[in-house]
Design a protein around this ligand. Structure first.
Ligand SMILES: [Zn+2]
Length: 306
């Protein structure tokens, strides 16, 4: 462990112990550190047919692909939803994070849509998912602002493609003799009869993800948004630790810039950032900040071991 890294971890540990409250802001880097990445082995295992036939390179870009028909689009999305939202992450990064703040006055704001905070046991009342949830569908129009749990229908559509649900809820695939996915036994389409339609207007359902102005902010979203605002208001002059984890450059206006601004405006606040390759902060708050360039899981592990 190099000296600089060690000193930064000690500083963060001290802040975690002494702060009145912790605001956690999390982005894609946190789930990537937990092993929920959008490319590589997992992509090959579940989307090898989409890669070969349609040239899709990873799960992220697949979300924007102009699929030839709705049956193919839903085959893609049901796989994507399941392997990111309903399986357990390979590494316990979220649980390690929970251990650091359990019993404390904390609040989480995240752009992640994979539900991993709740799965790890974070208090639902202390979470704000700003960009939606893979586990919810909404009307595509949208004609009304309710969202709908999709697990049951997703699983049905996966069975129809030839998948099975294995032990520990993982998505099981038919295998070839050498242990690879046997895509000849999987369909890249779901039966038309399983495509979900809005129970109110009859239009097709859509993912509850903030991609454009059709995103539905349901009752739960508004409640969480208000709870987050209240948390910030209550701590605006207090010793609060803004802990930013794996926030990239895609949506800096949701976590990163507000965290910098609030640290700047509150002289009792402290800012910490853990991000592999992108840990930095403005000079104005540098004396009340620590930026750790590291894998998040590795840093949290070292932090717990200190
Ligand atoms: Zn509708």
């Amino acid at each position: 462990m190099d000296q600089d890294y060690k000193e930064k971890l000690e500083k963060l540990k001290e802040e975690l112990e002494n702060a009145d409250a912790v605001a956690i802001g999390a982005g894609a880097g946190l789930s990537a550190s937990a092993g929920l990445d959008y490319s590589g082995e997992k992509f090959e295992k579940y989307f090898g047919d989409f890669a070969e036939k349609l040239g899709i390179r990873d799960m992220y870009s697949g979300g924007f692909y102009p699929f030839p028909d709705e049956e193919t689009m839903w085959a893609w999305w049901t796989r994507h939803i399941y392997v990111n939202r309903y399986v357990s992450p390979p590494r316990p990064v979220y649980s390690m994070l929970l251990d650091l703040v359990k019993g404390r006055d904390y609040f989480v704001i995240t752009t992640n849509v994979d539900h991993q905070f709740q799965k790890a046991g974070f208090d639902k009342e202390r979470l704000f998912y700003t960009q939606g949830d893979y586990g919810l569908w909404q009307c595509s129009t949208p004609c009304h602002t309710r969202t709908y749990d999709n697990k049951e229908k997703v699983v049905k559509m996966l069975y129809a493609q030839g998948f099975a649900i294995g032990e520990n809820s993982e998505l099981a695939v038919p295998e070839t003799e050498d242990g690879r996915t046997d895509f000849s036994q999987l369909s890249m389409r779901v039966p038309s009869g399983l495509i979900p339609y809005c129970p109110v207007c009859g239009e097709m359902m859509a993912m509850n993800l903030r991609a454009d102005d059709t995103f539905v902010e349901d009752e739960g979203w508004h409640k969480a948004s208000a709870a987050y605002a209240k948390f910030l208001q209550e701590h605006k002059d207090k010793h609060i630790l803004f802990l930013e984890l794996g926030v990239g450059g895609n949506t800096p206006g949701i976590v990163k810039y507000p965290f910098w601004q609030m640290t700047h405006d509150n002289k009792n606040a402290f800012y910490a950032c853990i991000n592999s390759g992108e840990a930095f902060c403005p000079a104005e708050i540098a004396d009340r900040s620590v930026c750790i360039d590291s894998d998040i899981g590795a840093a949290l592990k070292d932090l717990s071991a200190e």
